[in-house]
Ligand binder design. Structure first.
Ligand SMILES: [Zn+2]
Ligand SMILES: [Zn+2]
Length: 421
């Protein structure tokens, strides 16, 4: 890694909580343990032994699984002696062929391209760290991985696959292919790779310029800015000189996310408006023996419950209706309480924000389900599934709520606390 950095006035092993900006000294965190912020509860660091070697091995294995999962047949459907073979990419292609290229693109990005970019990017970052070679643009690649990773939705796709299989059981025999098993391995490996990655092994928190640290001080109070990519604490004066870029990884630096409140409001309002057509218009039509009616999200849930698949119905209800609505309610609540400079249950509001950020992607399950059914059930009047315009509005709701959550800066919840002190 790059070692010639301008000095900042921070001791080694020091970092700021990304959830509330409190400064911590974590140099002697024992191996195998993790540190949580004792003010807002956010994860500060997970100290993993041999993190670089482990993540590298897991990412290489995951890349192999990714190739197999995409190259080999994923699921085969047998209806009355006819066998239809599908691949993982079939879902995205089917939406494109059905005239919904926007949806096809979203499914392709979140289920193929972004997971692949994350894997390749992590290899590009980890290889030089392991073998002491120099590659250009490592920090930029890591920044791209950090931005793309939340949009890599393999777990959500898996849930969509399981629901699609159960839905299709009474229609056809389903035979999982090699690609399906490789996909399960891919899921396990990417989850393990994430759990074994310790960013501090790549980017030591801050550089050795000794200064006595005071407890219970925020980075902002110490005139420091926390870099989102590499967690370096940069003195606001240095940041000013270097045109507000992190001297180590060149990420643009901001004391708080720029225009966080206004941008979050804009996304929240857009999402609320999009919720209306997303629920009024049908999202898909299932044609079975030449018959079929378009169904909305809610009528799809009711159909699932009526046909005895109530656990699936509940999953779709929670993921497609409750999660987007709850996300918007929580964000409006956080925006209003920040505006009112409320000091009410600061930690609980931070937790609420983290949950909102975490669950957002799961709303995509309905989009994946529609894509998979469109790709899998493709036998003309015998049985076929057609996506409808409501699905585009619903995908727009999911995307705007994810942007809304990522625009909000959780440190704003705590800022008035410092002002008061
Ligand atoms: Zn914190
Ligand atoms: Zn940085």
């Amino acid at each position: 890694m790059n070692n010639h950095m301008p000095p900042t006035d921070v001791a080694p092993g020091v970092l700021a909580c990304h959830g509330c900006d409190l400064v911590y000294q974590l140099e002697d965190l024992p191996v195998g343990s993790k540190a949580l912020c004792n003010r807002c509860g956010a994860l500060l660091r997970r100290h993993v032994a041999n993190s670089v070697e482990r993540s590298l091995a897991l990412n290489i294995a995951a890349l192999f699984s990714f190739v197999i999962a995409n190259a080999f047949p994923f699921l085969s459907l047998e209806v009355m002696g006819r066998i239809e073979e599908t691949r993982l990419i079939t879902a995205a292609v089917a939406l494109y062929k059905a005239g919904m290229w926007e949806l096809g693109l979203l499914v392709f990005l979140t289920s193929v391209l972004f997971p692949l970019m994350t894997l390749l990017g992590m290899l590009y970052v980890l290889l030089p760290a392991r073998f002491a070679i120099r590659l250009p643009g490592v920090a930029l690649v890591f920044r791209i991985v950090c931005n793309v990773n939340p949009w890599s939705m393999l777990q959500v796709l898996m849930l969509g696959v399981l629901i699609a299989i159960v839905k299709l059981l009474d229609l056809a025999d389903i035979i999982p292919g090699i690609g399906f098993f490789a996909f399960i391995a891919l899921l396990a490996l990417t989850t393990a790779a994430y759990a074994n990655f310790d960013a501090a092994a790549l980017w030591p928190f801050s550089r050795p310029v000794a200064e006595h640290q005071q407890a219970g001080v925020t980075a902002a109070q110490k005139n420091l800015i926390h870099c989102h990519t590499c967690a370096l604490l940069v003195s606001a004066n240095v940041a000013h000189e270097s045109q507000a870029c992190c001297p180590r990884c060149r990420t643009p630096l901001h004391r708080r996310k720029v225009n966080s409140i206004n941008r979050t409001w804009a996304w929240v309002i857009s999402a609320c408006l999009l919720l209306i057509p997303a629920n009024l218009y049908p999202v898909m039509t299932v044609i079975h023996f030449g018959q079929g009616e378009p169904s909305t999200i809610l009528s799809g849930v009711i159909q699932l419950i009526d046909s005895g698949m109530w656990p699936l119905g509940m999953i779709v209800l929670i993921a497609s209706i409750l999660i987007p609505v709850m996300k918007l309610v929580v964000l409006v609540f956080l925006l209003i309480t920040v505006r009112l400079k409320s000091r009410w249950r600061l930690r609980d509001r931070s937790v609420l924000y983290r949950i909102t950020e975490l669950v957002g992607a799961w709303s995509m399950v309905d989009i994946f389900l529609i894509a998979l059914l469109t790709g899998l059930v493709n036998m003309g009047t015998l049985a076929s599934v057609r996506p409808e315009v409501g699905a585009i509005f619903f995908a727009a709701v999911v995307v705007t709520t994810i942007f809304a959550a990522s625009s909000f800066d959780p440190r704003l919840i705590w800022d008035h606390e410092e002002e008061r002190q």
